[in-house]
Design a protein around this ligand. Structure first.
Ligand SMILES: [Zn+2]
Length: 144
């Protein structure tokens, strides 16, 4: 079966049933793609605004993904294991940087992840401090 390349997601769209020069719905991303006149195999030149659009989409998507990870680790850090806190901060900052590069606002998930991450990390440090304090006092108490 012959296919052509979607200008948006660069997925393969079956040519069967689509009129050359008409429009076909991409099965991968759902965008209305132009059906090329040229027979498949003979690529109809480089796509015009496709690379930039794909790149922008990719970067914004990466920022969102990192933001989601930040939120997941942030929540896990708060409720499950505090070790996740610093990871949430890392992912949140990564998401912020990616969003900045893509020219899109920082995803809300990244901000939420960062907040959870910082709370968790502060609690973790405070907890470790308390632990050392009690442990130290216990040693002191035992030796006296
Ligand atoms: Zn597509």
């Amino acid at each position: 079966m012959s296919t052509f390349t979607c200008h948006y997601c660069e997925g393969q769209i079956p040519l069967a049933g689509n009129r050359p020069g008409g429009r076909a719905t991409c099965p991968h991303c759902g965008v209305q793609a132009d059906v090329p006149y040229a027979p498949p195999g003979a690529e109809a030149g480089p796509p015009r605004r496709a690379p930039q659009a794909t790149q922008m989409f990719g970067a914004a998507q990466a920022a969102n993904d990192a933001g989601n990870m930040a939120l997941i680790f942030g929540v896990l850090g708060l409720f499950v294991c505090a070790i996740m806190g610093p990871i949430a901060i890392m992912k949140g900052n990564e998401s912020k940087a990616l969003a900045y590069d893509a020219g899109v606002p920082t995803p809300g998930t990244a901000v939420a992840g960062l907040v959870c991450g910082w709370i968790t990390t502060i609690l973790l440090i405070a907890g470790l401090g308390m632990f050392c304090l009690f442990f130290g006092l216990a040693i002191l108490g035992g030796s006296m």
